[in-house]
Design a protein around this ligand. Sequence first.
Ligand code: TRP
Length: 327
Amino acid sequence: MKKRILTGDRPTGRLHLGHYIGSLKSRVELQDEYDEFILIADVQALTTHFDRPELIHQSIYDVAMDNLSVGLDPEKVTVIQQSMIPAIAELTIFYSMLVTVPQLSHNPTIKTEAKNYGYKEMTYGFLGYPVSQTADITFCNADLVPVGDDQVPHIEMARKIVRKFNDLYGTSITEPEYKLSSVGRLSGLDGNQKMGKSMGNALYLSDTPETVWEKVRNGVTDTNRVSVKIPGNPDVCAVYKYHKAFAPDEAENISSMCKNASIGCVACKKKLAETLNNLLDPIRERRSYYESHLDEVKEIINSGTEKANKIGNENIKAIKEKMHVAL
Ligand code: TRP
């Protein structure tokens, strides 16, 4: 029996290279070894975008297509729509009794995110999303969650909730482990620490080659390097970080050419755009197939959700029996 992975994305827009490096790439690598569940977390998207349901609707398709386009095989992975899994909603309520409000408000990720949305505006639903994420992971007894470092507090909270729940009710819900992405976080070409939709510095998987070049061309390099003739410092160059992330074999060479001024920033950026476009070309090709076969995308989501519901319904039934709420 293969171990089960559950991971997912909030459908609030298209996925970008940060998602690719942080998660999608390893999803593709792990799809043979694991029974992989890819959750489209539309309920979680509502916690911040409740007033933009049409964006969420469109993004469910976009996120599914982004996942399929990077090479996840719909014959191997199970794509799930969160709002269509009643077991997740029910478990969220049961788990919510075992988590205190201070535990949630001290969660570092919640704290950071709350800063962006404003503490005063924080809803009950938003504060509770780590609880609902615990239900996402455990309704199907997932063993492993591949995550970026920002999600670690959530998995730790999930483990605590599950332990407490199992102790109380004698259930045997799987305590999930996490696997940190080995590459770490992708910074922005603008020099920002993080690539993000909300930062306006995202390079999307579905960007055209022209857009990729445009974004790379505007990337920040060593600001002291005012002329091609003077040597550059790759350590302070946002573009160089991308060479390291996407063309690790060539990075050493590019670094020495920069340091001895034998390559200029424009040529170096052209190289990067080429690397990225080579990576994105097959992704674009698969995406364009799915874009003209939206019915197929919908069917992949629906049949994955149906399969997940068989598992979820069975588990929730057993859980309710253990809890003695079933008559
Ligand atoms: N919170 C995750 C994010 O913002 C998305 C997500 C929802 C998720 N449910 C999950 C990730 C379960 C892993 C497991 O990216």
